[in-house]
Design a protein around this ligand. Structure first.
Ligand SMILES: Cc1cc2nc3c(=O)[nH]c(=O)nc-3n(C[C@H](O)[C@H](O)[C@H](O)COP(=O)(O)O)c2cc1C
Ligand code: SF4
Ligand code: SF4
Length: 258
């Protein structure tokens, strides 16, 4: 099955690539022009995204809304990655897609390392994260075999999932998430003006001015990509200091070195 995904830090990209490969397809980022080709040409697709405060990332919501007519009649399997818990991560995408005439084949929730690298409480030991990745990989392989026989899991698609997402997270965190977007902080003393954050931001919310990175909230989707990839660790969002740069490629290197 071909897949389209958004991934801030590589977790969702890895999961989607693994799933697509195991089901005989390819995975493309919604940031690539190829995503629309996949959407136009396929009748069955997988759609992947991370959960942000038990919600669908704004960039993914906009991708669905902007391409609503292309989703009409599609059969969609939704894959959601998360650090710990997302009641109805897949359900959120499912409800939106159904509104535009898509049929939902199923949902898959995958626990992966938490992308928030500037909050101590959310940090885990390297080994723990590696075990989490291995568990997700085996869940993907198992699901791919099931899917090939027409059997789709329904993670996050039931009504109780919706209640869990709403009362467990969204009701309390939506104001935080909205405010958070405005709180991205760039430490200009640390910033070397290398431009990596500006070049990689999916929403073009960072520019380089006078040799320093400047943030303007715009469509910032709080994906943490800039926080987790700034070589000077100059960017923070929820916390005040970058404790770990949570990129999938870094975990992968550790796994390969074991
Ligand atoms: C702003 C933000 C909010 C998040 N909220 C949640 C959450 O509510 N529940 C959860 O389990 N994980 C949460 N996470 C963790 C991510 O969903 C998880 O790390 C995901 O795999 C990241 O995927 P990516 O590497 O493709 O960006 C959050 C991450 C970010 C950056
Ligand atoms: S990636 Fe970091 S050091 Fe480079 S321009 Fe952005 S904030 Fe500055
Ligand atoms: S500014 Fe940072 S957190 Fe916001 S969308 Fe760009 S990379 Fe993601």
């Amino acid at each position: 099955m071909n897949g389209i995904y958004f991934s801030g830090n590589g977790n969702t990209k890895h999961c989607m690539e693994l799933f697509a490969e195991a089901t005989g397809g390819k995975a493309v980022s919604i940031e690539s022009p190829d995503a629309l080709d996949v959407l136009k040409s396929e009748t069955e697709i997988a759609l992947g995204y991370p959960t942000h405060y038990s919600n669908i990332p704004v960039i993914v919501k906009k991708f669905i809304q902007n391409n609503a007519s292309l989703f009409k009649g599609k059969k969609v399997f939704i894959i959601v990655t998360m650090g710990l818990f997302s009641g109805d991560g897949a359900g959120l995408g499912a409800r939106l897609l159904k509104k535009y005439g898509a049929q939902i084949l199923g949902g898959l929730h995958l626990r992966m390392p938490d992308a928030i690298g500037d909050v101590k409480m959310l940090k885990k030991a390297a080994n723990e994260n590696i075990n989490i990745i291995k568990a997700a990989e085996s869940k993907i392989t198992q699901t791919a075999s099931q899917v090939k026989t027409g059997n789709y899991p329904k993670d996050g698609l039931f009504f109780w999932n919706r209640l869990a997402g709403l009362f467990g997270q969204r009701l309390w965190f939506i104001p935080t998430a909205n405010k958070l977007r405005t709180k991205l902080h760039i430490n200009t003393e640390k910033c070397t003006g290398c431009g990596k954050c500006a070049a990689n931001c999916p929403t073009r919310s960072i520019t380089i001015q006078g040799g320093k990175a400047v943030f303007s909230v715009g469509n910032c989707t709080i994906c943490y990509r800039c926080v987790n990839s700034c070589p000077a660790k100059a960017i923070t969002l929820l916390g005040k200091e970058v404790l770990e740069q949570c990129r999938f490629e870094l975990y992968q290197k550790k796994m390969q070195a074991m």
